[in-house]
Design a protein around this ligand. Sequence first.
Ligand SMILES: NC(=O)c1ccc[n+]([C@@H]2O[C@H](COP(=O)([O-])OP(=O)(O)OC[C@H]3O[C@@H](n4cnc5c(N)ncnc54)[C@H](O)[C@@H]3O)[C@@H](O)[C@H]2O)c1
Ligand SMILES: O=c1ccn([C@@H]2O[C@H](COP(=O)(O)OP(=O)(O)O[C@H]3O[C@H](CO)[C@@H](O)[C@H](O)[C@H]3O)[C@@H](O)[C@H]2O)c(=O)[nH]1
Length: 465
Amino acid sequence: MYKIQKICCIGAGYVGGPTMSVIAQKNPHIQVTVVDVNQQRINAWNSQNMDELPIYEPGLGEIVSQVRGRNLFFDTDVDRAIEEADMIFISVNTPTKTYGKGKGMAADLKYIELCARQIARVSKSSKIVVEKSTLPVRTAQAIKRILDQTGNGVEFQILSNPEFLAEGTAIKDLLEPDRVLIGGAETERGNEAIEALASLYRAWVPSDRILATNVWSSELSKLTANAFLAQRVSSINAISELCEVSGANVNEVARAIGTDTRIGNRFLKASVGFGGSCFQKDILNLVYIAQSYGLDEVAQYWEQVIIMNDHQKKRFSEKIVTTLFNTVSDKKIAFLGWAFKKDTNDTRESAAIYIANELIEEQASVHVYDPKVTQMQMLADLDYLNVRSCDINSERLIAHQEAYSAIEGAHAIAVLTEWDEFVCLDWKRIYQQMQKPAFVFDGRGILDQKELENIGFEVYTIGIG
Ligand SMILES: NC(=O)c1ccc[n+]([C@@H]2O[C@H](COP(=O)([O-])OP(=O)(O)OC[C@H]3O[C@@H](n4cnc5c(N)ncnc54)[C@H](O)[C@@H]3O)[C@@H](O)[C@H]2O)c1
Ligand SMILES: O=c1ccn([C@@H]2O[C@H](COP(=O)(O)OP(=O)(O)O[C@H]3O[C@H](CO)[C@@H](O)[C@H](O)[C@H]3O)[C@@H](O)[C@H]2O)c(=O)[nH]1
């Protein structure tokens, strides 16, 4: 039987940081060390000021301040943490490949492979290696081969333990997970490893919510869960366009179908398109895997989810241009929100980036207010698209510290993130400050359209015909 005293987690990102904080909080007898090659990120995790943690998540600061220095540590000494640990979580990034075979589709596993090689090189005692990152099905096999063939002859058990937390609700999702999934080898030692990991979770998760499967089912379940969730968003977004031309209201349709218990009412909010670091990446990866097994119909089926999402973003920016008399050249367009959803500072794949890019292509001046995103981050997101020079981007995109200055003198407002504070703005004051006609494009369906129209705004809400 395994006895777990020390855990190491490689990767101090959106998953590694919060996940390990909760594991440490609930297992005070276990020492948890989160390591990363990024010194700046580790410094930020060690910051005394909880506002300076590298990621923003409601409730995270409280837990970190309670357990950091007690049994939770953040460090850059990866070798030492690996050597000392009984169990190693790999929680590094697995972005879409940007080069070579599978470019733009497959998951880039170079960071995973580097971790496996480092674990093999450093380990002098047997370890349980846990895949926390989202990985293509059968990655565990590759990890095992590297560990067994390049290691020091010690025993490795590989588990798959995908993470299902959503950003903005990470702590709540970790404290009350719908389920914890653990995939392991169907052998006696495999079962012992599963039991060792399950015992950590049992500190706060009821046993019937801890599911054990074989490794391949676990790896594939993660990609499948994200594909199903994203598919719901694309499905309701497809219906939103139909609502707009037919006079139906997508919120009413969502409520009507959501009350069917077989369908359920969650993940039916029409939007300007899903963003985030996971949905697109994981579906592209699923499509690539299906293609590589020669399953073309399967690949095409899931690819439609992405095609629909791209269409939703594109038609939103086109709607702004056509409504503003077919030109936004040198017009001020105010963005409320840049993050891919509320309650996070994460901007990866946020719809706002693509909408801003299209509008800047049309020579608009984009003024953004987001309560958690800096101008530096916004410009980095735009520059990453590599469409025009960084100088032009910084001339055309200006961030503001508060909503009213972003909006002052604007021709139109686009709501791109559903931050609660946007609903409570003084919309009468905003109307006075804007050019007329004053247009609002609500890409999140959070504002009261009738109320705004009574003030004098011309309002477009996604999915309302
Ligand atoms: N972000 C989410 O909400 C979420 C949720 C569930 C699953 N996931 C999956 O979890 C994984 C991690 O995602 P994330 O959002 O936390 O990524 P992230 O980019 O925020 O963090 C990854 C960290 O790993 C570090 N790293 C990379 N290679 C390293 C190495 N060899 N040694 C040490 N550190 C290394 C990076 O410096 C980075 O800080 C991905 O596979 C992702 O798909 C993410
Ligand atoms: O009804 C909805 C629900 C979501 N979204 C959008 O979809 C995107 C993703 O949202 P969400 O899933 O809440 O956030 P993520 O942090 O991306 O979480 C997803 O991706 C994670 C990484 O794999 C998984 O762990 C989570 O279970 C999965 O929900 C965001 O842009 C949302 O605005 C909608 O437009 N309408």
